[in-house]
Design a protein around this ligand. Structure first.
Ligand code: FAD
Length: 311
């Protein structure tokens, strides 16, 4: 299934997708597959597997992509971060993905390791897209977009010009960085459309389940947490269940509004956990034709109790 076909199909059912990362330990892998068992019945349009920039996680990503395809049959999108890779290395990875039957690729730059000299090889995601297209790979290609602008580019118009150039190399759809205020997404889409950028823009949401973790992520990627939300999180400091309930409610509200106002679906950054996403989809199910959520099944297995491994 080519993701762009699903995103552009006229249907009442929004497209939901789940992002996973390759764990470094066997225990982490077991937790991931437990989460996936909870998420699969929600019939995501696809799941995506992140890639360790610099190539360190290459085998882990490929291995996990293969295993998810074999064990779940779900369409998988493989992320590939090109920074520092040579053309030969990228060609070898693209060959492996194509041979594994992967149809969808998220073409990324990745982040430079701190203090490292300027890398050889690929420098921007647009170069990866161009390379894949020129070599004739038939992937449906997605790329990253930043509603608040990419953190390294202070000038949003310049950042948008870079995005347009990237899409022109052959990008089929965009997935955004996380954001907590939908105004950023709608303003971004409006500016993109003004630049004649026509590809679908799938919004990325990360439900807050841990205030310290979200603070770390947003500092790294430059996303704004609205002051109202910051204050509500502070009021719940130390109460993990209350923080998660707030995070779920906020993300569900965002998702309702995004879909109602024309977003093609929601990409969830799951952090390999299922509980918050399941609760959001439970709330959305009342409005949209999506697969039923059986929260009681998870509760029976003890995964919805406080501190459960899969939350
Ligand atoms: P690019 O599109 O190359 O842009 C990077 C910066 O360079 C921007 O500031 C842009 O304005 C600027 N730029 C672009 N072209 C030019 C040019 N020609 N001249 C000058 N400046 C230019 N990272 C991972 O390592 N692995 C993952 O699996 C992963 N998954 C992600 C999934 C999503 C949905 C998102 C939103 C991000 C993900 N990232 C991942 C993070 C991503 O790698 C970083 O945000 C990275 O800093 C930028 O990657 P990019 O592909 O957007 O880069």
């Amino acid at each position: 299934m080519r993701i762009v076909d699903r995103l552009t199909r006229v249907t009442d059912a929004p497209c939901f997708s789940f992002e996973l990362f390759p764990p470094k330990t066997e225990e982490g892998v077991a937790e991931l597959f437990a989460a996936l068992a909870e998420l699969s019945p929600l019939a995501p349009a696809y799941v995506s597997v992140t890639y360790g920039a610099g190539g360190g996680g290459r085998d882990r990503t490929l291995g996990l992509v293969r295993r998810i395809q074999a064990e779940t049959g779900l369409p998988v999108m493989a992320h590939l971060a090109c920074l520092g890779h040579s053309e030969d290395e990228i060609a070898a990875i693209l060959d492996e993905l194509a041979e594994a039957g992967v149809e969808n690729l998220l073409a990324l730059r990745g982040d430079p390791p701190r203090g490292a000299p300027p890398p050889e090889g690929f420098h921007y995601a647009s170069e990866l897209v161009r390379f894949a297209r020129r070599r004739g790979y038939d992937f449906c290609i997605g790329a990253a977009a930043y509603p608040e602008g990419h953190i390294e580019c202070a000038d949003r118009n310049r950042d948008m010009a870079h995005l347009v150039a990237k899409v022109e190399q052959g990008v089929d759809f965009l997935v955004t960085q996380l954001f907590f205020d939908n105004a950023f997404y709608f303003d971004f889409v409006r500016r993109a459309r003004e630049r004649r950028l026509r590809v679908p823009v799938l919004p990325g949401l990360m439900p807050i389940t841990n205030a310290a973790q979200i603070d770390r992520f947003t500092r790294l990627c430059g996303a704004t947490v609205p002051m109202r939300l910051v204050l509500e999180l502070e009021r719940r400091a130390g109460d993990l269940a209350a923080v998660e309930a707030l995070g779920v409610a906020h993300a569900a509200e965002q998702a309702f509004d995004l879909i109602a106002r024309g977003a093609p679906g929601i990409h969830f950054f799951t952090l390999n956990r299922s509980r918050a996403v399941r609760r959001i989809l439970e709330a959305l199910r009342e409005r949209y034709p999506i697969a039923p959520v059986d929260l009681s099944a998870a509760a029976r297995r003890g995964q919805l109790t406080q501190g459960g491994q899969n939350g």
